[in-house]
Design a protein around this ligand. Structure first.
Ligand code: NAI
Length: 350
């Protein structure tokens, strides 16, 4: 393998290495794994690598991009779907950026519904009670999901899987998406509604839209005040979709009955790391962790064997396309974003 096929992976854990090593059998790239996150300091390590591979909490801002480019990097290969952590404008014309648009929407959707069921039937509380010899079911009262209304915000790949599972429970599902797909709605037996109607009618609200300037803090104090009393709020999208202080106020007043969060606004400080022997200095996170009706998981929605295998294969395929010099099918740029531009002619974005 010549030096031109070297890839530096940032922010890797043992499970990343396992799945990428397995997938690399077919590609034989020269991979170096680095534990630390990518930011303007660690970008220097990429000098001499034509490709780097990053993840959700790497800080890929304009400065980081400048340093990567100066070191000879030509491609940032994200091993995730979301790309809100990349300054696409800074990258345009300098570095190509690719991602894994879909790897297992089922993984995230199933985790999302797992959070709903756990919160509703209080399984997280029941588990500890019974292990402690406490067989009382006082306080564990839930509700039938059947017949209740779920509001799904964003009916892309993940949102659609959630719709299908919730329809299986016999729920009434309403959805909001700025690009509604009526054929999907008809086939799934759901209806699209205006966003304020969704907030008003839903017993459970679940977020499956990307983080963009338009969706940043879309769930804030005023939106929460429109929701049903006791609503369950689930976020497996991105932490900054919710203004966390407003969520905490909603929980304290009882307006929000429960919350299941796989993502958190300031997760990059803590998620994926072991702080069990340290102190949590983020008072907002610490406050959230005190509520019995809040479950936080550490951005693990994607974490299934199938998803990791798909992520590894698609990422290495994306990188192979770059090394071959041709069209990058999973390229993203600030011009086309997810709408086709030059891609429609099977050309690179610049
Ligand atoms: P997708 O691109 O297939 O679907 C996103 C949908 O959101 C699209 O239909 C789009 O029209 C819609 N949308 C855009 N702006 C909206 C708005 N203002 N309000 C409502 N809907 C809006 O994306 P996919 O694969 O379904 O993923 C959704 C999000 O889930 C990703 O952007 C990512 O942030 C998050 N995610 C979380 C993971 C986890 O492990 N927790 C793993 C993978 C993705």
């Amino acid at each position: 393998m010549d030096d031109n096929h070297r890839i530096l992976f940032y922010d890797t854990k043992p499970y990343d290495r396992r799945f990428f090593d397995e997938a690399n059998g077919e590609f034989s790239f020269d991979i170096t794994y680095y534990d630390g996150r990518l930011d303007k300091e660690t970008a220097l390590f990429a000098k001499g690598y034509p490709v780097i591979c990053g993840f959700v909490n790497d800080v890929i801002d304009a400065e980081t991009i400048k340093i990567l480019k100066a070191g000879g990097v030509g491609l940032i290969a994200l091993r995730c779907a979301g790309y809100n952590n990349v300054d696409l404008k800074g990258a345009y014309g300098n570095l190509h950026v690719v991602r894994v648009p879909a790897y297992s929407p089922y993984a995230v959707a199933e985790h999302c519904v797992g959070l709903m069921l756990t919160l509703n039937r209080k399984i997280h509380k029941a588990y500890y009670r019974v292990r402690d010899g406490n067989f009382s079911i006082n306080g564990l009262l839930g509700f039938d999901m059947r017949g209740k209304t779920a509001g799904v915000i964003g009916t892309g790949k993940i949102g659609r899987c959630v719709v299908s599972i919730l329809k299986g429970f016999g729920m009434d599902v309403i959805a909001f998406d700025p690009e509604p797909d009526q054929a999907f709605a008809d086939q799934a037996g759901i209806r699209y509604a205006a966003i304020d109607e969704l907030y008003r009618l839903s017993d459970i609200i679940t977020l499956h839209c990307p983080l963009t300037p338009q969706t940043h803090h879309m769930i804030d104090k005023s939106v929460i005040s429109e929701m049903k009393d006791g609503v369950m709020l689930i976020n497996t999208g991105r932490g900054k979709l919710i203004k966390t202080e407003a969520l905490i106020e909603g929980l304290k007043s009882g307006k929000i009955g429960s919350a299941g969060l796989d993502v958190y606004e300031e997760e990059s400080e803590y998620f994926f790391e072991d702080f069990s022997m340290s102190m949590i200095s983020d008072d907002v996170l610490a406050r959230l962790l005190t509520f019995p009706n809040v479950i936080i998981t550490s951005h693990q929605g994607f974490f299934t064997k199938e998803a990791l295998a798909n992520i590894a294969n698609t990422t290495l395929e994306n990188i192979r396309e770059h090394f071959n010099g041709g069209y990058l099918r999973n390229e993203i740029c600030y011009r086309c974003d997810k709408k086709p531009c030059r891609k429609k002619d099977l050309k690179r974005c610049f």
